[in-house]
Structure formats: C-alpha cells, structure tokens
Design a protein around this ligand. Structure first.
Ligand SMILES: NC(=O)c1ccc[n+]([C@@H]2O[C@H](COP(=O)([O-])OP(=O)(O)OC[C@H]3O[C@@H](n4cnc5c(N)ncnc54)[C@H](O)[C@@H]3O)[C@@H](O)[C@H]2O)c1
Length: 309
C-alpha cells in the first residue's frame, strides 16, 4: 500500500470536482472540498437545493453531463435506501449511467468516486459494469473508480467531513487511488487504501458496530432498571474498565475468528442471562452473543481468554 503523500498526483492541489446528489453527504463533501480550495460544481435533481447552493456561492450545473465536463473527479453521493429489506441502488446506477455517457467523449483521465453506502461487491459488480457500458470503455486507462465511504453524523456533517478519523479509499486500481489521495492531501488525516470491497465493508462494519453498541447499552439499561440500579452510574465507568473501550486497549476483541473462553466470560454471560430471566427480563442481544460464541467455538480456533477477570 502506498504511504500518504507519495502519490503521483500530489502536485494537483486544486482539483475540479463534480458532486452528484447534494443531500447530507453530497453537500458536506462539496462544501468541505470547496473550503479546502477545490473547485466544486454540484448537480442534484432537486432544484430548490440547487438554487440554495447557488445562493451560497457554489457552482451548480444543469445536468450530470455538464458537471462531469467541468471536472476531473465526479463524486456520486446518491441515496441508497433500504426498500423491502434490500439496498435500492436505482439512483446510484442511473447516475452512474449518466456519468458514463458523459465520459464517452472525454479525452482526459476522469475519476468516478462512489460515496454512497453499499454492500461489498456493488461497486465492482454493478457500478463499474454500468459505467463501462455507457462510456463504452474499460475502467483503467482513462476512467478510474474508487469507493470512498463517509462516516459523518448528520448534525455535524461538515465538521465530520473535514475531520475524518481516517479517509478510506477503496481503489479499483492504483492510479485511481492516487488521484483520490491527492484530493484529500490537505486533510492531515490517516489515509487507508484498500480494495473496493474492503472499503464497502469498512463502512458497514462501522455502522453495525455503532448500532450494536447502542443496543448493548440499552439492554444493560433495561437490566439495570429491572434490578433498581442507575444505569448511568454503571455506563460512565465502562470507558475506564471495559476492555475495548479503554484508551490503552482499543483493539481488544476487534479481530474475529476466535471465540471468547476462559474462567469468566462464558460463565458470567450464562449466569446473568438466567438471573435476569428470574427478574422477568429477557436479554435478546446477550443471548445472541452466546449463540455467536458457540458458533465460532465450533469452528475450533484458539479461543480468546480473559486472564484474571
Ligand atoms: N446521512 C448520513 O448521515 C450519511 C452518512 C454516511 C453515509 N451516508 C450514505 O450516503 C448516501 C447519501 O445519503 P444522504 O444522507 O446524503 O442522502 P439524502 O437523502 O440527504 O440526499 C440524497 C440526494 O440525492 C438526490 N438525488 C436522488 N436521485 C438523484 C439523481 N438521480 N440525480 C441527482 N440527484 C439525485 C436527492 O435530491 C437528494 O438531494 C447514502 O448511501 C447514505 O447511506 C449517509
């Protein structure tokens, strides 16, 4: 993996970027990159959003083709809602098709960056074939593709875009990754370069962890209430005590493939689930934790043992 700051596009400090779909992520991406000195042009179907961006002094285009023509990088921030339990990629693919059409005649290298949250395999299996079909050229020499997931919170969208914990660059090839790295060169954040699928998976893993963490502490809150304990007093000590939340042990327990074992975790988990049953409180998440651990245990890998707990 190339180190930050060694890519061949480093000299390009001011890049021309089209941002397609100016919702929460698109607006933060475009306004944030403009604040970093890049030249931005927005396109969105929603004319009111476009008018507002124009009033705020940002460049807008009247079509995807115009936006692509004016830029060397196109960032697609299309919505990918969950419809009937599945990810709806219609908007993403229809934008990809229009971007591909616009690239058909473009003589110079152009990078297409997918910022939407999509399951592993969608960029390679759906977006790239769509762009290749409509541009009538293969991804590689003239067109690059990256997946660059976003981790912002809606309330702090611009701030979070400008101060990422890490910039994740899933690259179709090295040239595409270099070009995208040059766009983020002034951010001063760690840059992680990986495959398209790894980038897509990193985004889901982060969201799923956040969801599971919130549900874990909600389940603890319910257990606390059932036994008359103030859960805030319990929770606020976890960053000092729980492995994995402690600053010095942040990576504890994050690498998969090994079940937990040893003197304490299996026995305490089982005992607490049964104890809470006697109080009339089910612990569905912790019960699932036991099921997952049993399943991983059956794969017969060396267990993780928590010594002296
Ligand atoms: N909102 C968040 O906090 C957040 C954070 C990280 C990642 N994401 C992901 O980023 C993606 C975008 O999410 P969002 O919250 O910005 O969506 P959003 O609903 O805020 O905005 C989507 C925008 O896309 C526009 N649009 C829809 N179809 C279009 C088309 N064919 N052409 C042009 N514009 C079109 C809409 O008018 C709208 O302005 C999703 O995949 C989402 O999961 C969202």
């Amino acid at each position: 993996m190339p180190q930050k700051g060694t890519c061949k596009f480093e000299e390009c400090t001011r890049l021309r970027v089209a941002v397609i779909a100016a919702g929460v992520v698109g607006k933060a991406t475009g306004t944030g990159l403009a604040a970093k000195g890049h030249n931005i042009v927005f396109y969105d179907l929603d004319l009111a959003k476009m008018a507002q961006l124009g009033l705020e002094g940002y460049g807008t285009a009247s079509s995807i083709r115009e936006a692509v023509d004016l830029s060397s990088i196109t960032m697609i921030c299309a919505p990918t809602p969950t419809v009937n339990g599945s990810v709806d990629t219609k908007a993403l693919l229809s934008i990809s098709a229009e971007v591909g059409n616009a690239l058909r005649e473009k003589p110079r290298y152009h990078l297409v960056v997918v910022r939407s949250t999509i399951p592993p395999g969608v960029t390679r299996g759906q977006v790239i074939p769509q762009i290749e079909l409509s541009s009538q050229s293969k991804i590689g020499p003239n067109i690059g593709v990256c997946h660059n997931p976003e981790f912002l919170r809606e309330k702090f969208a611009l701030h979070d875009f400008l101060h990422p914990g890490a910039v994740v660059i899933g690259e179709g090839d090295e040239t595409a990754g270099d070009k995208l790295e040059s766009l983020y060169s002034s951010f001063g954040s760690p840059i992680a370069r990986c495959s398209l699928e790894t980038a897509e998976m990193i985004k889901y893993t982060s969201n799923l962890f956040n969801a599971a963490k919130i549900s874990f502490f909600n389940e603890i809150d319910q257990a606390c209430r059932a036994v008359g304990v103030n859960s805030e007093e319990v929770s606020k000590l976890m960053p000092q005590l729980a492995l994995g939340l402690r600053d010095d042990l942040k990576e504890w327990g994050i690498y998969g493939g090994r079940p937990f074992a040893g003197m304490c975790l299996p026995k305490d988990l089982e005992a607490f689930i049964s104890f809470m049953k006697t109080k009339g409180t089910d612990l569905p998440l912790l019960s699932a934790v036991k099921q997952v651990n049993d399943r991983v245990g059956n794969e017969k890998k060396a267990p993780m043992v928590l010594v002296n707990a």
